[in-house]
Design a protein around this ligand. Structure first.
Ligand SMILES: [Zn+2]
Length: 457
């Protein structure tokens, strides 16, 4: 079994070689990601050692090369010398996620990005007197950076500047987490359907981070193939913008019907050709597809030829959520997909940590070798296991910005999965927004982008 798994990961690594730096250049961060075979089966002590080295390495990097963060650490009176062993990690100063939303408009935005960047940001020429966010981001990204964003219902975005190395780690980690937990279903010849915007036509992080999907498997179809920029997101997330917003919504609503029909054609074709398939992205598309199929009294039997990787939130309507269990049951009833091949991922634009459900119990396992999870109380003090609180983390893999962050999500962390035998802590599957925080999540972003009425066809 173990040898088979090693072979399986090796095949994946061969397909995604371009995301892996040459071994002789590996830093402690790279070791914690590329050097481990199964993120979720590393003995605790070994994982903590890797984690300590990676986080300490990045803390020193940001302390020395990020003026903003250096000033913050000075104020908190913490230096790299204070971080001597694993138990000292939680002394590292945390940045509230709101910080990455606190940006100015126009040319000052470029300056703001440069300020939160660790090291020297490439010089860019931004055209025009009054550039918008997309102009600025595209100028930076033309130099090889990957500035990506996510947004909330208020229309404020979270902008995170990743350099190529940081972005490659994020992509590699999300794909490896997914194929590890769905072992042994992955193979290069699978046909993929991306329930997200085309990563090559957007700077939305949830879409962008799926670029690796196109390398890991032979053929991918993207649900949304038009360009998605901050303007489209703003119109769809906030519902403001008058006439223009109405036009965009009307257009998007037509697009929704098209996508649902498209997915049904994809299912028909691959069922006939007996291909292995994999869906990745926002769950509400598949909810809408299976709802339509049920109404037509139709079903498919993909059995162990289909994997479903969802992420980003479980709202299927403006006012309703579907439970993760109900979703899995619906996928099994209508598409024949086994519940163990239907797993949810949890992550965010601010970090490279991808939590993923185990097939046995559907708890969210944490990539413990490079990512230190914490749960905080209202005063931002760590409260450990078994209590609900604010999720925070120390990410040992972000080279270009300090990934030591207090999120806006509410979670409960357990010391061990109650169902499977993988070591390391887990999060309970239902992650919600902390009180007073706006609704966010990549699926929610896409859901709003597409339609206010999906599923009502
Ligand atoms: Zn588990």
């Amino acid at each position: 079994m173990k040898n088979n798994f090693d072979e399986y990961i090796k095949k994946f690594d061969t397909q995604v070689q371009k995301y892996i730096p040459p071994k002789e250049n590996w830093t402690p961060s790279d070791h914690a990601v590329y050097g481990v075979k199964d993120f979720f089966r590393i003995p605790i002590k070994e994982a903590q050692e890797l984690q300590f080295k990676a986080i300490k390495y990045q803390f020193k990097n940001h302390y020395e090369n990020n003026k903003m963060y250096y000033g913050f650490c000075k104020e908190m009176k913490i230096t790299p010398d204070n971080i001597k062993s694993y138990i000292d990690l939680e002394k590292i100063p945390l940045i509230p996620g709101e910080f990455y939303k606190d940006y100015p408009n126009g040319k000052d935005f470029a300056l703001w990005l440069a300020n939160i960047f660790t090291g020297d940001i490439p010089q860019v020429k931004i055209k025009g007197k009054d550039p918008n966010f997309d102009d600025v981001i595209n100028s930076f990204n033309a130099t090889g950076l990957v500035v990506a964003y996510s947004s909330g219902t208020s229309g404020r975005h979270t902008f995170i500047p990743r350099d190529r190395k940081t972005f490659d780690i994020s992509e590699y980690a999300i794909a490896k987490a997914a194929i590890t937990m769905t072992y042994p279903i992955y193979n290069y010849h699978m046909k993929g359907y991306l329930l997200m915007p085309n990563p090559f036509k957007t700077n939305v992080f949830a879409g962008k981070v799926c670029t690796i999907y196109y390398d890991a498997i032979s053929e991918v179809t993207a649900a949304i193939d038009r360009e998605i920029n901050t303007e489209v997101i703003k119109l769809s997330m906030t519902g403001t913008g008058g006439f223009k917003a109405k036009l965009v919504q009307k257009y998007l609503s037509r697009m929704t019907k098209k996508i649902v029909n498209n997915i049904i054609k994809f299912l028909e074709k691959n069922s006939k050709e007996k291909n292995d398939i994999v869906f990745a992205g926002a769950p509400f598309f598949l909810y809408a597809v299976t709802k339509k199929l049920m109404e037509q009294g139709r079903s498919f039997d993909f059995s162990d030829k289909c994997a479903i990787l969802t992420g980003g939130g479980w709202k299927v309507h403006e006012d309703s959520r579907i439970t993760v269990e109900k979703f899995r049951k619906q996928m099994q009833d209508v598409l024949g997909v086994k519940p163990e091949h239907c797993v949810d991922l949890y992550g965010m634009v601010e970090g490279n940590g991808w939590m993923i459900q185990c097939p046995e119990g559907h708890y969210l396992h944490i990539p413990y070798a490079y990512y230190h999870p914490m749960v905080l109380d209202d005063e931002f003090k760590p409260i450990g296991f078994n209590k609900s609180g604010r999720f925070a983390f120390l990410d040992g893999t972000t080279y270009s910005y300090p990934g030591f962050i207090i999120s806006g999500d509410k979670v409960k962390m357990l010391e061990h999965c109650p169902v499977c035998d993988r070591p390391g802590p887990v999060l309970e599957p239902e992650v919600t927004r902390a009180a007073g925080k706006e609704m966010r999540g990549c699926a929610e972003e896409v859901r709003r982008m597409i339609s206010m009425d999906i599923g009502d066809e």
